[in-house]
Write a protein that binds this ligand. Structure first.
Ligand SMILES: Nc1nc2c(ncn2[C@@H]2O[C@H](COP(=O)(O)OP(=O)(O)OP(=O)(O)O)[C@@H](O)[C@H]2O)c(=O)[nH]1
Ligand SMILES: [Mg+2]
Length: 310
């Protein structure tokens, strides 16, 4: 590997960082020499997931939080997972906030990843990119993800701590119950507290979040658009990290995440090794016509698995 690249990356060179991120984004399997070599440097960074329904104000909150991190001399990396819909071909909401106000600031690096409707491999890539940001010296890494379906929860698991953002108007019952957001949150934010219904949502949340839980989870009210309530949220996040560290949960989460990553990589590698051109051809030959489909998929799978590659 290019020694200069490593040095540049460690020196927080944004251009090399961008290039490496693009490589990781384009890779089908995890195979990045920079990550292999410098992985031990990734442990210092803290990882925060900010999840919630489309348009809840996740980017607005992230933008505001960044100011507090900069003020306390911390470098921030943001990975915004763009919920581009394959149907609309664009973002879900026209008036979404773009986090580009920091593009001249060396201590902030923001990168969007588009799902293009495919979530497969996304959490692996998001974690790898998070690692690159950590290697480049970011102290805090924020993952912005939309929480609407199961696939997104997998992505929400890339972080050490999850902040769930909810808003009064979007039908709180649906938001809260259907998607199971309650389960994955460590901290809850009722954003758009300037709007009608925010007090009811806060009350409802209070009664829901601490049921069946030993640890207390906090709820914050914010008006991100005006920067209100963000300082409290910022301090709440610090407090939560300290708690997680003290009770050993932070370490446990890191261990669990690491294990899942190792397993996923093994699974991916085995699969890509398995599908040789010979086996792909066998599957093609075995499924050419309706008459071929009389065989059960189980038998067809066994035959392909037993095929010998020359
Ligand atoms: N009234 C009000 N509007 C807000 C508040 N916070 C954000 N908004 C607005 O809500 C809209 C969506 O905000 P974003 O920060 O882009 O929300 P998001 O959750 O990142 O959206 P996606 O990334 O598209 O899912 C923008 O027009 C914001 O200006 C708030 O506290 N009150
Ligand atoms: Mg956003």
């Amino acid at each position: 590997m290019d020694k200069v690249v490593v040095q540049n990356l460690e020196a927080n060179n944004q251009r090399d960082l961008s290039r490496l991120i693009t490589q990781v984004e384009n890779d089908n399997v995890t195979n990045n020499k920079t990550l292999d070599k410098l992985f031990k440097k990734t442990n210092q960074a803290i990882r925060i997931g900010i999840t919630g329904p489309p348009g809840a104000g996740k980017s607005s909150i992230t933008n505001e939080l960044i100011k507090y991190y900069i003020n306390s001399d911390q470098k921030v990396g943001v990975i915004a997972i763009d919920p581009t819909s394959p149907f609309s071909g664009g973002s879900l909401l026209g008036d979404r906030v773009r986090m580009n106000q920091y593009h001249n600031d060396e201590s902030v690096f923001i990168r969007s990843m588009s799902t293009h409707g495919h979530l497969g491999g996304l959490s692996r890539k998001a974690q790898d990119i998070g690692d690159l940001l950590a290697i480049a010296g970011k102290d805090v890494i924020i993952f912005e993800t939309v929480g609407v379906g199961q696939g997104e929860y997998e992505i929400a698991n890339v972080a050490d701590l999850s902040v769930i953002v909810l808003v009064p108007e979007a039908g709180d019952e649906v938001q809260l119950m259907k998607a199971g957001l309650i389960e994955i949150g460590d901290i809850f934010v009722v954003n758009k507290s300037d709007r009608k219904g925010s007090e009811q949502l806060t009350e409802r949340l209070k009664s829901l979040v601490n049921i069946n839980r030993e640890t207390n989870r906090s709820i914050f009210n914010t008006i991100a658009k005006e920067g209100k309530g963000i300082e409290e949220l910022f301090n709440g996040i610090i407090k939560k990290f300290t708690e997680l560290e003290d009770d050993g949960n932070l370490l446990q989460r890191k261990i669990d995440r690491y294990k899942v990553r190792v397993k996923n990589i093994i699974q991916n590698n085995l699969l890509s090794e398995f599908w040789t051109s010979n086996k792909k051809e066998k599957l093609f030959q075995a499924t050419k016509s309706l008459k071929d489909l009389k065989k059960s998929p189980n038998i067809a799978a066994k035959e392909i698995m037993q095929a010998i590659d020359l």
